[in-house]
Design a protein around this ligand. Structure first.
Ligand SMILES: *[C@@H]1O[C@H](CO)[C@@H](O)[C@H](O)[C@H]1NC(C)=O
Length: 418
């Protein structure tokens, strides 16, 4: 009985999974010439809205960055808010001459958007995703080597679209670290710990992206039902972690038989949601899921999941990350930014990218808005509950529902954060 219903939903998800061969290359505005005789699929009206189209582009950059990052450390958790890195790169492109600008634009998938005012639309996107009700903070900064003279024709549009001023290092490691820490504290309202890592020597251009999110579920969890339970790290090892549970959770669900995973979506306040990808069997190898992640795929999932009632368990999570994503970006066709880029719109001196740093904090616990599911979320059709236990490695995607923007992505191999 249960298997039958699952199969029905598999059919719905299969329809789009099978067109994932072109993963990572979103559709263009203009339909390509039709050579197959099969009618071209109309572009979803959602992506015709400029801010959503831009969100899809930089989110595709985000999924690329995630894949490279995850590939570099297959046995470790990944926590990433690619938006802050995309923002820093997009802002930097304001100072890039043609060749260098198109390198950045290609990485951000801007070459697939026909939008004459990318930076103006970016401003709109940032305002939308960092609105106070989202509980999401993101900030980006461009830091330059000491004594650099910067053209005001670069600073003015940077402030206008990205709301950020470039920083020039003093050359005093202690002062520079303190200043960067103070900036992060101010941007993140103290939610991210001060760093003890000195600014590396030999910086020419350093990009810094920081982000923080604390989730508020639409339906909160009963903290009396939270208990220590097993989390399977892999086929052999198990650890005990605090797990929240809801025996009658209302969630959106689908089984993807191509990816061999159960997908669930839980709504958050502020018009956001988290989509979970849970393999059918315990494994740390999530490659097959990772390879299919694109903005278009996530958008399709969002449309096709069905509302059901489930017995849900989910680990409490509080993770932070501080480190470089330099190597990841170098593997993403951005190597030329680190060699001999043309940033002559910024300064007369030859400068190049030397470091890209990311700091982020992410948290969810029982907190939420209400205790009863909102009307309209009533499960249809299902008369028996389904089990959904996030007690083994999984991937999550935090997405803004309004724009479709990817705000955070995580690979959770060990919820203790070790
Ligand atoms: C992970 O799984 C993919 C296919 O699902 C496979 O190609 C790859 O070799 C696996 N990686 C490891 C490290 O086992």
């Amino acid at each position: 009985m249960q298997a039958l219903v699952l199969l029905l939903w598999t059919g719905a998800l299969l329809a789009h999974s099978s067109c994932q061969d072109s993963a990572g290359s979103p559709q263009e505005d203009a339909p390509a010439p039709d050579t197959t005789g099969v009618p071209m699929e109309e572009e979803d009206p959602f992506f015709k809205v400029p801010v959503n189209k831009l969100a899809a582009a930089i989110s595709n950059f985000g999924y690329d960055l995630y894949r490279v990052r995850s590939g570099l450390s297959p046995a470790a958790n990944v926590l990433l808010s690619p938006l802050s890195v995309a923002t820093a790169l997009s802002a930097l492109s304001l100072g890039a001459e043609q060749r260098t600008e198109s390198t950045i634009h290609r990485a951000l998938y801007y070459d697939l958007i026909s939008n004459p005012d990318i930076h103006g639309t970016y401003k709109e996107l940032l305002a939308a995703v960092t609105a106070p009700e989202k509980n999401f903070k993101s900030a980006s900064r461009i830091i330059f080597e000491r004594k650099l003279r910067i053209k005001s024709s670069f600073v003015t549009p940077l402030e206008k679209s990205y709301g950020t001023r470039p920083r020039i290092l003093t050359g005093n490691p202690r002062l520079d670290l303190q200043e960067v820490n103070n900036w992060v504290q101010a941007q993140m309202k103290g939610k991210i710990a001060r760093s003890t890592q000195e600014i590396p020597s030999g910086v020419s251009i350093l990009l810094l992206g920081v982000a923080h999110f604390k989730g508020q579920w639409v339906t909160k969890f009963d903290s009396r039902k939270t208990s220590l339970q097993d989390f399977h790290l892999d086929e052999e090892r198990t650890v005990r972690v605090p797990m929240m549970s809801d025996p009658k959770a209302i969630l959106r669900y689908g089984l993807d038989s191509d990816l061999n995973c159960k997908i669930a979506q839980l709504p958050l306040t502020g018009s956001m949601s988290i989509i979970f990808f849970l393999p059918l069997k315990v494994t740390q190898n999530l490659t097959i899921i990772e390879e299919s992640l694109t903005s278009e795929f996530i958008h399709d999932i969002d449309r096709e999941l069905k509302t059901i009632q489930a017995v849900l368990t989910i680990p409490k999570l509080k993770l932070s990350y501080e480190g470089e994503v330099t190597k990841s970006l170098q593997e993403m066709k951005l190597q030329s930014l680190f060699d001999s880029p043309d940033f002559s719109k910024i300064t007369g001196k030859p400068i190049k990218l030397t470091q890209v740093e990311h700091r982020s904090g992410f948290e969810w616990n029982e907190d939420g808005a209400g205790t009863t599911p909102s009307p309209g979320l009533q499960p249809a059709r299902l008369t028996f509950p389904l089990d959904y236990h996030l007690n083994q490695p999984f991937i999550f995607v935090l997405r803004d529902t309004d724009t479709g923007a990817l705000l955070f992505i995580g690979k959770i191999l060990d919820p203790r954060g070790i």
